[in-house]
Design a protein around this ligand. Structure first.
Ligand SMILES: *Cc1c(COP(=O)(O)O)cnc(C)c1O
Length: 407
């Protein structure tokens, strides 16, 4: 276990109070900002003065005071010098990649990633002559073999979607840095649990839509990195966030700021329940994948790399054998037992259940799904924390007995 305490790091970030001494920060909704003296305007445009060095805010696609507060808190939590928030997780991922890669460059990526990111790398970026080799990220020989002189990025999720492979970030970053490659890590499934920057990740990206916001009522993303990389993203002439323009709304930033303080409590509770549920399913003979179970291939690695007390996350995968059985189990869990909701996404207080192969990973073709260990009957269960755990376990037990017994 790691002694790093992201909760404490978050607490130590300079606290932003609202106008009139509000305990909550104010929402700065202005699109544009007044410059006190005409001479300051050119200096801001020349990049000589930002809000942090005696200049002021200019325009809210560039920097917004409320969005900046959230960025500052996220950087503190991740242990990076800086961060920038974006309109979605996908915009954070695409801007980070496009800032590093130009036409002719190459990416080595884990094959076990979010369907949207897979589509970006496999279908969209090749149209701009940026190509990707997908590998099993737990196979270091395969990673090394895939690297070419054109490789600029190794991309992985810390906990891969949906089969929950854990990437050995210290080993990957050593290999990447040896060859002057950047390690870009999507930590959406495991905030608080893992701190990728401490393990050598150069850029950490998030979909804030999931655990970090935790209420399934908005879409947001973030890029956490060194100050120089964040400034590159905001560069007036070449910044991908500045010019492609996926701006976060300050009202969205405010909502997330107000939910960040209870992220540690939520993560611990998601993890506690998921571990108990996974253990029960395993004892019932169900094929369940969960990094907190001792039979998970990277269980010891997850234990070694994880920050102390946050557990192994709230997501488990249950292999029902076939899509029909998976759908039958979902039907009972939602419509008879009221155990959870059939919906994509994760990190909500209610349990969200989806059949990955025909939903969030459907962008990945069947052959590649098989290669990444994604069977058509794989249910992704993103456990919530409403209701009593005992009652939830009983509901799951009854549903599983109806559908999976004898399989
Ligand atoms: C949801 C998700 C994304 C995409 O984020 P959006 O906020 O929906 O754009 C990227 N990576 C992972 C692992 C995700 O779960």
């Amino acid at each position: 276990m790691n002694a790093y305490n992201p909760e404490q790091a978050l607490l130590e970030a300079r606290r932003e109070f609202g106008e009139h001494g509000g305990v909550a920060p104010s929402i700065s909704r202005s699109a544009t900002f007044t410059v006190l003296h005409p001479g300051t305007m050119p200096e801001i445009f020349e990049g000589l003065k930002g809000p942090a060095d005696g200049g002021c805010f200019l325009y809210s696609r560039h920097f917004n005071p409320t969005v900046d507060v959230l960025s500052r808190y996220l950087a503190a939590m991740e242990g990076t010098e800086a961060a920038i928030c974006t309109a979605s997780g996908m915009s954070a991922i695409s801007c980070a990649i496009l800032q590093i890669c130009k036409a002719g460059d190459h990416i080595v990526a884990s094959g076990c990633i979010y369907g949207g990111t897979h589509a970006l790398l496999e279908s969209l970026l090749p149209q701009m002559n940026i190509t990707t080799t997908f590998v099993d990220i737990t196979d270091m020989e395969a990673v090394k073999k895939a690297i070419t002189p054109q490789t600029r990025i190794i991309f992985t999720e810390t906990m891969g979607n949906p089969t929950l492979k854990i990437a050995d970030l210290p080993v990957l970053s050593a290999e990447a840095h040896d060859k002057e490659i950047k390690l870009v890590v999507d930590n959406t499934f495991s905030p608080m649990i893992f701190t990728p920057h401490n393990m050598g990740a150069d850029v950490v990206v998030y979909s804030l839509t999931k655990y970090i916001n935790g209420a399934s009522d908005l879409i947001g993303g973030a890029i956490c990195a060194d100050k120089s990389f964040i400034l590159e993203l905001m560069h007036l002439h070449t910044g991908r966030v500045m010019l492609l323009g996926p701006t976060m709304d300050p009202r969205v930033a405010f909502d997330i700021i107000q939910r960040l303080p209870h992220l540690p409590i939520r993560m611990r509770e998601h993890s506690r329940r998921a571990k108990a549920m996974a253990q029960m399913l395993k004892e019932m003979g169900v094929k369940v994948i969960y990094p907190g179970l001792s039979d998970h291939p990277q269980h010891l690695l997850a234990e070694k790399l994880g920050n102390d007390t946050y557990g192994f996350g709230g997501i488990m995968a249950v292999d029902c054998g076939s899509r029909e059985k998976a759908e039958a189990l979902m039907e009972i869990l939602q419509n008879e037992e009221k155990f959870g909701l059939i919906a994509v996404s994760l990190g909500y207080f209610d349990t969200l259940i989806s059949c990955s192969g025909s939903s969030t990973s459907s962008e990945i073709d069947l052959e590649d799904q098989q290669k990444m260990g994604l069977s058509p009957g794989l249910l992704r269960i993103a456990l919530g924390y409403t209701g009593s755990l005992d009652a939830r376990m009983e509901q799951m037990k009854r549903a599983v007995k109806k559908v999976l017994s004898g399989s």
